[in-house]
Design a protein around this ligand. Sequence first.
Ligand code: PLP
Length: 367
Amino acid sequence: MSRAIEAHIDLSACQANLHTVRRHAPSSRVLAVIKAGGYGHGLVRVARALAHAGANWSTGADAFGVASIDEALQLREAGITTPIVLLEGFFETEELADIAARELVTVVHHPWQLAALEATRLSRPLAVILKIDTGMHRLGFDPGEVAAAYRRLVACPAVDGIQFMTHLACADERGNEATLRQIDVFAAATADLPGARSIANSAAVLQWPASHADWVRPGIMLYGVSPFPDTVGRDEGLAPVMTLKSRLIGVRRCRRGDTVGYGASWRCPEDMPVGIVAAGYGDGYPRSAPAGTPVLVKARRVPLVGRVSMDMLCVDLRSLPHAEVGDEVILWGAGLPVEEVARHAGTIPYELLCRVNARVRFVEHAG
Ligand SMILES: *Cc1c(COP(=O)(O)O)cnc(C)c1O
């Protein structure tokens, strides 16, 4: 048997989650965010599933959002014809020829990008999205600069078609007025300008209907994961797409007082069985997950014990005295929300999903 760790990807769950997006924002088009390799699920795999959305659901995603032209070109190579948006725009002027040739849509968030567009002659003009900073203070033009930037884009022969977007900083915080202020600033900055508008990430799709506008941009919810700190995907009507699985590769009968793992940081309070699981930080499981983090063994919750190592972690099997080598272990996914593991590990589920790495075998379940 090869090393047992596998990431099972349920593409029909992904399609059902897209359907849930549409139920929440029925009047908006959906730009499905699949950057970072489809949040660690596999870029092309997720794009194929969402482009068609399966027999059960009406339509696929209206566009895809990625972070770099490399991801966009991979999608085109794979035969994906859906519009693709470069969410951070282009990084070098040299990318513009490919952006035009592959019919990609680029965000324009900085004056240097405006100047680059003005200085370029292209085989065909580009559709662009002018990004406005309404309070995140990361990328985008200040509201007061929008009208001038818009006029420059209109005058630019390399540009044909201008839309508008902004990004919310606190959409996952219920009742945080900052979100309503951002929506207002965006409306004012774009008031008299023609062009489609986009504001909402997953959290805003779920709880800020005023942000839905022409396009919503869900990411994490497509993977079945809650964007909120206090719920899990199931509470939001979402189904987990990734289940990270492995097996017990050892069961040790430890003595009271024995220590487990590096640093001898965990000590057995009594004679007890300890399970050794083939999963570690070398696979993307967080090393910061402390003793007590839940793990499923044979569909039963048991606590992690000792430090997570590169290839292994250990679990307390006192509640499963008959567990044996080869038994199935679920690190997160079906039956154990990744949100819970992330909370124990002091991070967010986004990071855990993106970190699952190439050593893990991916097993796809068709949509
Ligand atoms: C990543 C990203 C999103 C998706 O955010 P989620 O919280 O995963 O829904 C939306 N818009 C932009 C600009 C992004 O970079």
